[in-house]
Write a protein that binds this ligand. Structure first.
Ligand SMILES: NC(=O)c1ccc[n+]([C@@H]2O[C@H](COP(=O)([O-])OP(=O)(O)OC[C@H]3O[C@@H](n4cnc5c(N)ncnc54)[C@H](OP(=O)(O)O)[C@@H]3O)[C@@H](O)[C@H]2O)c1
Length: 214
């Protein structure tokens, strides 16, 4: 299955604080959602914002899946995703699955997933689960830790990256991908498939294919 990581970053590689993309970038994200069957989001991004994964003109396609990954189970039940659109999926570790199931009831489907050696959830299992539900392409929508794990676990096939003409320089803001060790040896190599510039917003829209970890 195709799993496409999508993100907007500053020129200094930061992806937060949220909301620095233009209308063009918003449309770019909506189009990517329209062309994929599911979105996957880290619980940190859900806690930081209120994403619903809408497409053009605020639509929420009934057959498009929306999934959250959490290890802690710290998922605010008050978020809009639990009130609007199709029932979201929550992937979590087995030990807290029943507790979350009880908490969310009909508002979400909770699925237990095995952990990797480093105690993170196995993203391949999550993508396989989505595939069994008919998903052929999944959009990984961040944030930084989910991005890092997705590259580390080797499940990203493509990257859609918007570079905004902004610099923040604050080291506590989240990076596109950031974790304790290099993801390749030391790099992961990518091939540029396309590059589009938007003159009005000054943003660059890059599309990469993930190659190998030489
Ligand atoms: N610019 C952009 O395009 C963009 C897009 C998305 C988000 N963001 C920004 O990114 C920031 C959030 O990033 P973040 O790195 O703090 O958080 P994140 O990646 O959104 O979420 C991290 C959390 O997700 C869960 N998680 C992710 N992968 C997991 C795995 N393999 N196994 C188990 N749990 C996993 C864990 O949840 P628990 O903590 O519940 O265990 C983890 O702490 C926000 O400021 C948001 O606005 C920017």
């Amino acid at each position: 299955m195709k799993s496409i990581l999508i993100c907007i970053e500053t020129l200094c590689g930061r992806i937060s604080p949220a909301g620095f993309g233009s209308k063009e970038d918003r449309r770019h994200l909506e189009r990517a959602r329209e062309q994929t069957d599911a979105s996957l989001l880290g619980a940190g991004s859900l806690r930081a914002g209120d994403p619903e994964f809408r497409t053009f003109e605020g639509k929420l396609p009934v057959n498009r899946l929306r999934a959250i990954v959490t290890r802690s189970g710290n998922i605010p039940a008050t978020k809009s995703i639990f009130r609007t659109g199709p029932r979201p999926l929550i992937f979590t570790k087995f030990s807290i699955r029943d507790m979350l199931n009880e908490r969310f009831g009909e508002r979400a489907e909770v699925i237990g997933v095995p952990e990797t050696d480093s105690g993170m959830l196995c993203l391949k299992t999550i993508l396989d689960n989505l595939e069994q539900r008919g998903v052929e392409s999944c959009l990984i929508e961040g944030g930084g830790l989910l991005n890092y794990e997705a590259f580390k676990q080797g499940v990203v096939t493509e990257l859609l990256l918007t570079i905004a003409p902004k610099i923040i320089g604050k080291q506590t803001e989240t990076c596109l991908v950031s974790g304790p060790t290099a993801l390749g040896t030391p790099f992961i190599h990518l091939e540029l498939l396309s590059c589009r510039m938007n003159a009005r917003s000054g943003e660059l829209f890059l599309h990469y294919k993930i190659l190998d970890r030489r």
